[in-house]
Design a protein around this ligand. Structure first.
Ligand code: NAP
Length: 243
């Protein structure tokens, strides 16, 4: 069985390690990060060229199954995979790590709504962790932002008053607590990414009584089969391989 593993996440790397070399896998990365952590086994990098490109690639490479282990907010890739796998009748599994419980966070549906919430509540010092493209909605804001992202946002998409920190998780509770305190943060804006690598900021914000604005996940395409953990995904692959 030949499997395409859509990656770009820690789960994608752990799954590749669990399957390679027993299963013939090829991992795929979008190619956004200049120096990505690479999964074991064969890797291809870059977009497929939309739905048509993905359809061609899956056929050319004689792919029998796809595991989509992209980030929960990588909605376009997930939609393309669901459409093309449906058309070609290729089994697809979406490895979707469980979402965080938003608790008392203000839950919004988009970066734009998060920006409106910041303005409405007049938060003036914000820790913004919605990623490279997530800064765009905040460009017109007069608040001050501590922006943390893996890769640098486009300069035109940055708010006027900010400090940019480029780094990659995992992050730890004590460091997050110190970061929030040192920068006198009044609100945290985050996606509901889920997982342990970046959740310490929520715990730290909770301990300091800092309000959280949380962007809800985009819905998954209707009818897709999901796994909540790498173990579940490994079992799904094993069942297919033994069929
Ligand atoms: P997206 O909006 O869903 O994808 C945009 C386009 O990027 C897709 O249409 C596809 O191009 C290409 N692409 C995305 N993931 C790909 C993959 N694994 N392999 C090959 N092409 C891929 O996704 P995104 O938000 O730009 O995220 C890109 C990558 O970064 C994903 O692998 C994701 O796991 C990772 N990531 C995203 C976030 C986030 O918050 N969005 C956070 C951490 C990591 P074509 O249409 O040309 O095929």
């Amino acid at each position: 069985m030949r499997l395409l593993l859509l990656g770009g996440t820690a789960e994608g790397r752990v799954l590749a390690k669990a399957l390679h070399p027993r299963v013939d896998i090829v991992s795929s990365l979008a190619g956004r990060v200049p120096d990505p952590a690479l999964p074991v086994g064969p890797v291809r990098v870059g977009g497929f060229g939309g739905v048509g490109g993905l359809r061609r690639w899956l056929r050319d490479e004689r792919i029998d199954a796809v595991v989509d282990a992209t980030h929960p907010f990588a909605a376009t890739m997930t939609a393309h995979a669901a459409q093309v796998c449906g058309e070609l009748r290729i089994p697809l599994l979406v490895l979707a790590r469980p979402a965080w419980d938003p608790g008392s966070a203000i839950v919004v549906d988009s970066d734009g709504e998060a920006a409106q919430t910041v303005e409405r509540n007049r938060y003036s010092r914000i820790f913004l962790t919605t990623g490279r493209s997530g800064t765009r909605a905040f460009t017109g804001s007069e608040a001050w932002f501590l922006i943390r992202a893996v890769t640098e946002p486009d300069g035109a998409w940055l708010p006027r008053r900010h400090r940019l920190v480029l780094s990659r998780g995992p992050y730890h509770y004590d460091d997050e607590l110190a970061l929030l305190r040192d920068h006198r943060i009044e609100a945290l804006v985050t996606k509901n990414s889920g997982g342990d690598m970046t959740r310490a900021k929520l715990d730290a914000a909770g301990a300091l009584g800092i309000p959280v604005v949380m962007v809800a996940r985009p819905p998954l395409p209707a009818g897709v089969v999901t796994a909540a953990s790498v173990d579940e995904a490994t079992s799904w692959v094993a069942r297919l391989a033994n069929r």
